[in-house]
Write a protein that binds this ligand. Structure first.
Ligand SMILES: [Zn+2]
Length: 195
């Protein structure tokens, strides 16, 4: 209860006439009880003002952020999903980044939470993205398997060609040796011929 001659709230909100205001001024200077009441009112008032300016937009921002504004992670998903057609050319770094995001998403989807539309949407995005990543990985593995097979085949072909070339070299050498041997045989035979 205040012993001020006028309501301290009227004083605080500047709703008192000049003479009344001066009376309260004087009273508050001499009365610690009313001084404290006025301070409390000032504090409450400034807190309410701050709430009106900050907390309400914050609350709206939080709700709209969840529903309308994609979070950085979801924006990344949209970018990733949008570029799924180009996944054939996805670099290993992009793929691993996507896998990391899937790993990040999975536990969140597994947490039992009240099913809201946002939760459903997030789960659907997560599932679609996981499927896309799986497809990309499978395609990448298939490409790698094909590439490996091609390289192996090329290596075998090179080896066969080399071996054939070696064989030709060897048989040519044998032929040369045989010719030389034959020549020597002939020469020897000639030398041994009775004159
Ligand atoms: Zn007082």
């Amino acid at each position: 209860m205040s012993c001020s001659p006028f309501d301290l709230r009227d004083y605080l909100f500047g709703e008192l006439a000049e003479t009344d205001r001066r009376q309260v001024d004087q009273h508050v200077r001499g009365c610690s009880h009313c001084h404290d009441d006025l301070e409390r009112l000032r504090l409450t008032h400034s807190t309410l003002l701050a709430l009106r300016d900050e907390e309400v937009p914050q609350r709206i921002g939080f709700v709209s952020d969840k529903v309308f504004e994609p979070s950085p992670v979801r924006r990344a998903w949209h970018a990733f999903w949008g570029s799924s057609a180009k996944l054939g050319f996805a670099s290993a770094a992009m793929l691993s980044a996507a896998l990391v995001t899937v790993a990040f998403f999975r536990p969140a989807a597994a947490v039992p939470a009240p099913v809201t539309d946002t939760a459903k949407i997030e789960q659907q995005i997560s599932e679609r993205a996981a499927a896309a990543v799986q497809k990309a990985v499978a395609e990448s593995e298939a490409r790698q398997a094909r590439k490996t097979a091609e390289l192996l085949q090329a290596a075998e072909q090179r080896f066969d060609e080399q071996r054939r070339a070696d064989m030709v070299n060897v048989s040519e050498s044998i032929a040369v040796l045989q010719k030389r041997y034959n020549v020597r045989e002939i020469l020897s035979a000639r030398l041994e011929e009775p004159k």
